[in-house]
Design a protein around this ligand. Structure first.
Ligand code: 5GP
Ligand code: MN
Length: 340
């Protein structure tokens, strides 16, 4: 860490043209880390652009710096031009280049020095010149704080940076409740609050700021769409494009739905399936040692963390449910051994 941090600090001694990018379907950690780093780097007179592969949930749009984010899918030419001219490219919150989708070619072909800061499994060693990878870190935002600390720059963390990093840590830890949350996480969060992060306001803006349609969609999922496989401690919720349309779906509206399935007593494996943007996307969650990243990788060209992963399916929502049902049967012994 220290050695890489010094290398990075050296790279940053003169003003650079910098691009920060993050994974497709950016979540709170992706955006919090990217914008937090942007605000830090701007203090040192670098020219900094955050470029996301595609757009993200409305509940993240209040974050400081959001108005400067370039969405590759909507502004390909501008994004490509900026990236081709960049001196440094930061890759945040992903470990394989495929996670930035159609933006991958431009980033891979760029001669810029690349820096990865990430907490996902098995980072691709070829992806970057300097790699900060900690798969035990609860979030990229927490790891980024540690990188800033290792560069002796925590005194530059102002309210804007603190709020961005707070969002990353809060959302990736399920509000500080997942097993990845450590004493160190809380120490860092305490520093962020001390630096000006308004924790109650942030929680409210992210979690208690939904449209009525979003709440109704959640009700529909739980009341009408919950499939329970109680004998194998599993639950599935699915939504077709038509159903999403009925509730005037907006990006981010289904985030967290899978956690309600996992909140049912005895359930250790929960799957949420939704047809979005012409794709069938899966969110997989588990409790205990049931490794959903292995399932995501084996069946759904995806990955993630042991207890929270995602992927895509090549078949319809209904056929995807059938695949998941087979996975549940095939793993019944393990699913029944989770002591839940
Ligand atoms: P979510 O279910 O919230 O979309 O994703 C949960 C986690 O799974 C993410 O933090 C990310 O680590 C991982 N993930 C989601 N979708 C994909 C995907 O398509 N490919 C890979 N490799 N990981 C994914
Ligand atoms: Mn993350």
């Amino acid at each position: 860490m220290k050695e890489n941090a010094l290398k990075l600090k050296n790279l940053l001694t003169t003003p650079k043209k910098i691009v920060i990018t993050t994974h497709r379907g950016p979540d709170g950690d992706a955006m919090g880390s990217s914008l937090g780093l942007m605000h830090l780097l701007k203090q040192f007179r670098h020219n900094v652009h955050v470029i996301t592969p595609n757009s993200y949930a409305d509940f993240l749009h209040w974050m400081p710096g959001n108005e400067d984010v370039i969405v590759f899918e909507d502004n390909e030419e501008e994004a490509n031009q900026i990236t081709e001219n960049a001196d440094l490219i930061f890759l945040l919150d992903f470990s394989h280049i495929s996670r930035i989708a159609d933006f991958a070619d431009t980033v891979s072909n760029s001669n810029a020095t690349k820096i990865l800061i990430d907490h996902h499994q098995d980072p691709d060693k070829e992806i970057a010149d300097i790699i900060f990878s900690d798969t035990t870190a609860c979030s990229t935002a927490k790891l980024l704080y540690e990188v800033i600390d290792a560069m002796d720059l925590t005194n530059h963390i102002n309210k804007e940076i603190a709020e961005c990093l707070y969002v990353g840590i809060m959302t990736d830890t399920g509000s500080f409740k997942y097993a990845s949350t450590t004493a160190k996480t809380h120490h860092i969060v305490a520093e962020l609050i001390a630096a000006g992060a308004e924790n109650t306001k942030i929680h409210d803006l992210i979690y208690d700021n939904s449209s009525a349609n979003r709440m109704k969609l959640l009700g529909y999922c739980l009341n009408k769409k919950l499939l329970l496989y109680q004998e194998n401690n599993s639950a599935v919720i699915s939504l077709t494009a038509e159903e999403l349309e009925q509730f005037n779906f907006k990006k981010g509206d289904t985030e967290g739905v899978v956690n309600y399935a996992l909140a049912i007593k005895g359930i250790v494996f929960a799957v949420f399936i939704a047809e979005k943007d012409g794709m069938v996307k899966l969110s997989l969650r588990s409790k205990g040692n049931f490794k959903v990243n292995e399932i995501a990788n084996k069946y759904f060209s995806g990955g993630g963390h042991m207890n929270a992963s995602g992927g895509i399916s090549e078949v319809s929502v209904n056929d995807t449910i059938k695949i998941v049902e087979k996975i549940i049967i095939d793993n019944k012994i393990e699913l029944n051994n989770q002591n839940n």
